[in-house]
Design a protein around this ligand. Structure first.
Ligand SMILES: [Zn+2]
Length: 318
């Protein structure tokens, strides 16, 4: 890989300066008791409140406690852990609360826009992904799945506890296999119906209970395109906080070539040569076809394949 190519350092949400509190560490400090050292991430609906840097430097979503006062009532105040020694909290407020943070001093950005713009430091993106996924989980898990009794926040926000049956509930992460399927000098890419026109990407799908990552790669590839897959090797992963996925990036060797697209899953799937994918990455494809941005793990897999970085990744686990 050449030094000018964006690699893993370009992946959104994949770096975090957060030292997590985690469920094992028990009780957490409260924001009220933490004092002015504390920092607070505020989610207004689906948007993060981001404070612009006064000198034109990098913005931040780590607000000081006094700034949060104008946001109104906060729901699900949780303790994420520490960043550079400071206690960091997160809380949800109503979408309208963003109006209390006017431009140009502040902006309200959803996490996709925030990552696409590089609006905050890369090491802050991972922290914000943790905040978004946890807050989304708390918003939907106010009642015990075992007995129906209301649950309360425990371990600072890394679990919920039922006061009736005593069960502890832990936030979920949804694993997704995403794969660069290759055969000789070609790779298999598809496009979903919701993709922007002309964009092709790696195949992907949720891993099911009781399934290995390797088998999920094989099953999803067969379901979506009819292609049989043999060896599968892990390459890289990326948190994807919409709301709580973990993208597990793999390279896989195809055993067949005839594509039968499942119209319910994909609009189209094709084999592409390295030269074609290189042109798509460069924005110079003859048909105007494109790939996802460098912030997405699909891009990392496609670029890695074009540049030969995946050539040695072939596990004998067929
Ligand atoms: Zn219960």
């Amino acid at each position: 890989m050449t030094s000018s190519s964006p690699g893993r350092e370009a992946l959104a949400y994949a770096a975090s300066r957060l030292v997590r509190h985690s469920a094992e560490l028990g009780p957490a400090p409260s924001l009220a008791a933490a004092g002015p050292e504390a920092r607070l991430v505020l989610m207004a609906g689906e948007a993060m409140i981001v404070r612009a840097a006064p000198d034109g430097g990098t913005a931040t979503a780590l607000l000081v406690p006094d700034e949060a006062g104008s946001a109104g009532e906060r729901a699900h105040e949780i303790f994420l852990g520490r960043a550079e020694g400071r206690p960091v909290f997160a809380a949800a407020v109503a979408a309208e609360a963003a109006e209390a943070f006017p431009a140009p001093a502040y902006r309200a950005l959803d996490l996709r826009a925030l990552a696409a713009e590089g609006a905050v430091e890369r090491e802050e993106q991972g922290l914000l992904a943790t905040a978004k996924s946890l807050l989304a989980w708390h918003a939907r898990n106010g009642f015990c799945a075992n007995c129906g009794h209301p649950t309360v926040i425990g371990a600072g926000g890394f679990r919920r506890e039922c006061g009736s049956c005593g069960l502890h509930h832990f936030p979920r992460t949804d694993p997704v296999a995403i794969m660069l399927v290759r055969r000789g000098e070609s790779c298999l890419l598809g496009r979903g119906r919701h993709f922007k026109p002309g964009m092709y990407s790696c195949l992907a799908g949720f891993i099911e209970p009781g399934e290995t990552v390797e088998d999920a790669v094989r099953r999803e590839t067969r379901e979506e395109t009819g292609i049989a897959v043999g060896a599968v090797a892990y390459h890289a992963s990326q948190p994807w906080p919409f709301p709580a996925s973990l993208m597990i990036g793999c390279v896989a060797d195809a055993l067949s070539e005839a594509i039968r697209t499942d119209p319910d899953e994909l609009e189209d799937a094709r084999w592409f040569t390295r030269a074609e994918v290189a042109a798509m990455i460069a924005g110079a494809h003859a048909e105007g076809l494109t790939v996802p941005p460098a912030t997405a793990i699909a891009h990392l897999l496609m670029r890695g394949w074009v540049e030969g970085a995946l050539d040695s990744a072939a596990a004998p686990n067929a």
